[in-house]
Ligand binder design. Structure first.
Ligand code: XMP
Length: 515
């Protein structure tokens, strides 16, 4: 593999990994490093360009992340692009001025007027829709810099040699309509060539895993956690040819699956391993244990913590049983970001498979990838369409969809049936194709209803469908009115369901799941 051409310095933005993903979509590999690791890495590597990420810091905060000196922000060594905080920091360090003018805060969609003559905005519309999220802003440019875009203030800047540039908005976010074009322009300006494709990635992951596993000649068994989802199924497919019978796929039936999901899990793993390797799939039945543990709390994070503890205990038992030396999981970049384990990003939700300390070595070969990239791997590896187009589903499953009321067998069953009902209606109307994920949740908000002239005091169900490419941001989906009525009628047939709410809140501020 060629060396990395472009480095992303991570100052802790939620979107840093999205920059890497967007560059890969443009066919270019990149590396993301926290500032303190840059100098050491650069000793053995060469670069063409650097992107400085956003951050939740202000440049004026104590402890605000700094640009590593070795990157030389004069632009003599590398082409540099600062995004949001990255632009503010460049400006602050080069003699400009960054302030937080009262009432200036930009958050969400905004219109920007760009200088189309500047190569960073080549072929971009003069007035373009962008996504911004900042309180601080550059109010005075450094010497030798020009403003190359404006919104209510300076929205982008460039030095006179076009080597050091800054953008106040986020080109990596899908809601910046021409963001990809802007990043492609930066790749062109800095001379970065295409060097990424999914089949290379499969080979690279296989080689990495083999190198690690083969270092220890005694490795006899590697345990892979599988859930039937696209990530772990694809990982089974990637690893099966190189590990052969050394690979044992372990699935836990937690009792939190949707209808028919266990059967799908078996089918999917069979497709990944090949029919003659089905013996290498082990399903552990642990419904009672999970319900008993998780029913003790209604707090989302506590449920996740309990799920994680039990998940780890069961995997440790399997590791011991098979005398395995490694555990491999299909953890994605998004799981790591939201668990607060990516550089300096903050914790949103605990993920059951991130940050566990195992007695054996653990590997996360997909840790830098996003869902859509794993789907691409699944596709090039000829897995069935049903797998690479499958909607995501969280590890803790339906336990996260009983909200504000204790999890019980009955509640889980109710949500499971309701989920099936809504899914069937969506399929019937051919709407499932428009939706990235459907969530049907039981809300423990009791309210009064009337059924057959009788007063009923019962629960509510929430229906939430989102549209997204990367699950870092999402739009709430608006169902057609007739479908809303059909869903509501079907669900309120249950004796304990009085109301059905439809939730269209985008992410942010909401997340996809309720917990
Ligand atoms: P949120 O709710 O954080 O979810 O917007 C983003 C995507 O991740 C899924 N998700 C999980 N997946 N383990 C998983 O494997 C988890 O603990 C988990 N929590 C959320 C969620 O369903 C959505 O697709």
């Amino acid at each position: 593999m060629n060396s990395i051409q472009i480095l992303i310095v991570d100052f802790g933005s939620q979107y840093t990994l999205v920059i890497g993903r967007t560059l890969r979509e443009l066919g270019v590999r990149s590396l993301i490093l926290p500032p303190k690791k840059v100098e050491k890495w650069l000793k053995n590597n060469t670069l063409k360009a650097v992107i400085l990420s956003g951050s939740n810091y202000s440049v004026h905060n104590e402890g605000a992340p700094e640009i590593p000196k070795v990157l030389d922000i004069s632009g003599k060594k590398y082409f540099i692009l600062g995004i949001c905080y990255g632009m503010q920091l460049l400006s602050h360090k080069l003699g400009g001025k960054v302030e937080r003018p009262i009432g200036h805060r930009e958050y969400g969609p905004s219109l920007v007027k760009v200088n189309t003559k500047h190569s960073l905005f080549n072929k971009v519309k003069e007035t373009t829709e962008v996504w911004a999220s900042h309180g601080d802003t550059v109010i005075k440019l450094p010497k030798n810099f020009n403003s190359i875009a404006t919104s209510s203030g300076i929205a982008a800047m460039s030095d006179k040699d076009n080597r050091v540039m800054g953008i106040q908005f986020h080109p990596e976010v899908i809601d910046t309509k021409e963001g990809k074009k802007i990043l492609q322009n930066f790749l062109n300006i800095s001379g970065c060539k295409k060097d990424w494709n999914p089949l290379n990635l499969v080979e690279q992951i296989q080689k990495e895993v083999l190198d690690i596993v083969n270092k220890d000649k005694n490795i006899k068994k590697v345990i892979l956690g599988v859930s039937g989802g696209v990530d772990s199924t694809t990982l089974a497919r990637v690893l099966s040819p190189v590990l052969g019978d050394r690979l044992i796929c372990v699935a836990i039936d937690t009792g939190g699956f949707r209808k028919n999901e266990l059967a799908e899990l078996k089918e999917n793993t069979k497709s990944a391993l090949g029919k003659n390797k089905v013996k290498n799939l082990v399903v552990i039945s642990a419904q009672e244990e999970f319900i008993k543990n998780i029913s003790g709390t209604i707090d989302g994070e506590e449920k996740r913590a309990k799920f994680r503890t039990l998940y780890k205990k069961i995997f440790e038992e399997q590791i011991a049983k098979y005398n395995a030396e490694f555990i491999v999981q299909g953890t994605l970049a998004t799981d790591i970001i939201e668990s607060g384990k990516a550089g300096q990003s903050t914790m949103i939700k605990t993920h059951h498979n991130v940050g566990l300390s195992w007695k054996v070595k653990d590997l996360h070969p997909f840790k830098n990838l996003f869902k859509y990239e794993v789907r691409e791997l699944a596709r090039v590896l000829n897995l069935p369409k049903a797998i690479y187009e499958r909607n995501p589903f969280p590890g803790p499953g339906l336990f996260l969809r009983v909200v504000g009321v204790p999890v019980s067998k009955e509640n889980i069953e109710l949500v499971r049936e309701a989920d099936k009902t809504v899914n069937d209606i969506l399929k019937k109307h051919n709407l499932d194709k428009d939706i990235s994920q459907l969530i049907v949740a039981l809300l423990g908000v009791n309210s009064v209803g009337v059924k057959g002239d009788e007063r009923v005091y019962g629960h509510s169900l929430a229906i939430r469908a989102v549209q997204t490419a990367d699950f870092m941001t999402a739009k709430g989906y608006y169902f057609p009115e007739d479908v809303v009525n059909e869903i509501t009628n079907a669900l309120t047939k249950h004796k304990n369901i009085v109301r059905v709410f439809f939730d269209m809140t985008p992410k942010p501020p909401a997340t996809t799941e309720f917990e």
